[in-house]
Write a protein that binds this ligand. Structure first.
Ligand SMILES: *Cc1c(COP(=O)(O)O)cnc(C)c1O
Length: 423
């Protein structure tokens, strides 16, 4: 029986046996006890499932991993300390010095920095493409050292919607893994494996937790990639000497997740804590409901803003004049999420005046939780840039990023209206 996404949100990841707690207990323990030496040896050999050390696996984290894997329709998941550690561990699972990543440039700033600055220091090159470029142009970046193509379903903060068909076609043609950061869409609105992705990444700090309570990240293995005999992925086809000769491509399921856990999580740690897994697990119970409300609220707010004479422009894929409206209808038909951006008429000072006049909506760097919040990049995250540099970065000085929460939409709109009257 396959359940629908809203049922999976509530029911998947943890099935208590008779007499056990209804929700997953927080197993706040570093280690686990065994009576027979052989039982522990089998765990080390990956011959049986179980727990021996929380860096490698923990029951509370496993419940959360199981839930996210079920929601995405993947075969395995790995809970990480943050979204950034998820992307880092996933990249190291396939890339070494001399390899390269082909990535959309419309990605989260932290990921951009990881790819553009930090990984090159370790000999991993990143080649960026304009996500709107035709396939022929993107293809030119791929060579036999390319180990992954990377993009975001709904890009943070530019709110560009990914053309899955275009990228999946390239990935398939060259036999390269297709990674998708699905943080801002979430599996409630889009399941990238259905459109050709092989690995999904999440910052669960955003909508999955949903309450701005727990930092976390997840790597989900779609189990849909042919590693066996693929010359691009030698490290999956050769015995792993650090894991007594295991050949990951020969595993019956989830070679990627198994290699990631056995090598990278083992060596680098950066796992999710049981407490954060517990909070994030509970958050996912209401994910489908929340995404419905975030999306409908954002669509209403976008419509209101687009009709205001104090506003220059508004970006949200729900708007018919949005460049990504057609892609959103195809890949995000049930809602386009709560993130939008807009430009107020006027200069930096007018934007700041507007922000400070808000009463309900708060100023924060975070996005994608229950409470509406705004950020003015030109006076915060991008304040070191000149007016010209801001324009070149695609962040005009009047740009305001708004993460629409799940409050009553009339109250959000009323707050925006009174603040717009101040400029
Ligand atoms: C926030 C974010 C990340 C990074 O996640 P952290 O949990 O903050 O480390 C990665 N990708 C996207 C799209 C994000 O919004």
């Amino acid at each position: 029986m396959s359940y629908k996404i809203d049922t999976l949100c509530v029911q998947s990841g943890y099935k208590p046996k008779t007499g056990e707690s209804r929700i997953p207990p927080v197993v706040q323990s570093t280690t686990y006890v065994y009576e027979k030496t052989q039982d522990m040896a089998d765990l080390f050999d990956l011959k049986s499932d179980g727990y021996f050390y929380t860096r490698l696996a923990n029951p509370t984290v496993a419940a959360f991993e199981g839930k996210v894997a079920a929601l995405e329709g993947g075969v395995a998941a790995i809970g990480c300390a943050s979204g950034m550690s998820a992307t880092t561990l996933a990249a190291f699972t396939v890339c070494g010095a001399g390899d390269n990543i082909v990535s959309s440039s419309a990605i989260y700033g932290g990921t951009f920095n990881l790819f553009a600055v930090t990984l090159p220091k370790l000999g991993i090159e990143c080649r960026f493409f304009d996500v709107d470029a035709p396939a022929e142009e993107i293809e030119k970046l791929i060579d036999d050292k390319t180990k992954m193509i990377f993009a975001e379903t709904v890009a943070n903060p530019s709110i560009k919607v990914l053309d899955f068909g275009k990228i999946a076609g390239i990935a398939e043609k060259y036999g390269v893994l297709f990674f998708v950061d699905n943080t801002l869409a979430t599996p409630a609105l889009c399941r990238p494996f259905e459109f050709g992705a092989n690995i999904v990444i999440h910052s669960s700090s955003k909508y999955l937790d949903g309450h701005a309570a727990a930092l976390g990240g997840v790597i989900v293995d779609g189990g849909n990639f042919g590693f066996k005999g693929n010359p691009r992925y030698v490290s999956f086809n050769e015995p792993d000497e650090s894991y007594h000769g295991l050949v990951y491509a020969d595993l019956p399921a989830a070679p990627f997740a198994n290699k990631c856990r056995a090598q990278l999580v083992r060596d680098m740690g950066a796992i999710m804590s049981p407490q954060n897994a517990f909070i994030s697990f509970l958050g996912c119970d209401t994910l489908a409901l929340r995404m419905e409300r975030h999306s409908s609220n954002a669509a209403k707010v976008a419509k209101f803003l687009s009709e205001s004479d104090k506003i220059d422009w508004v970006l949200h894929p729900s708007l018919e004049n949005n460049k990504y409206h057609a892609l959103a209808r195809k890949y995000l038909p049930d809602g386009q999420g709560g993130m939008l951006s807009f430009g107020v008429k006027g200069n930096v000072k007018d934007a700041a005046k507007f922000m400070e006049a808000l009463r309900l909506v708060t100023q924060e760097t975070h996005v994608a939780d229950t409470r509406s919040c705004v950020l003015h990049p030109a006076s915060t995250t991008h304040r070191q840039l000149s007016k010209e540099e801001l324009a070149a970065a695609g962040v005009p000085e009047n740009l305001i990023r708004l993460s629409v929460g799940i409050e009553n939409p009339d109250d959000i709109i009323e707050d925006l209206k009174q603040a717009l009257q101040k400029i």
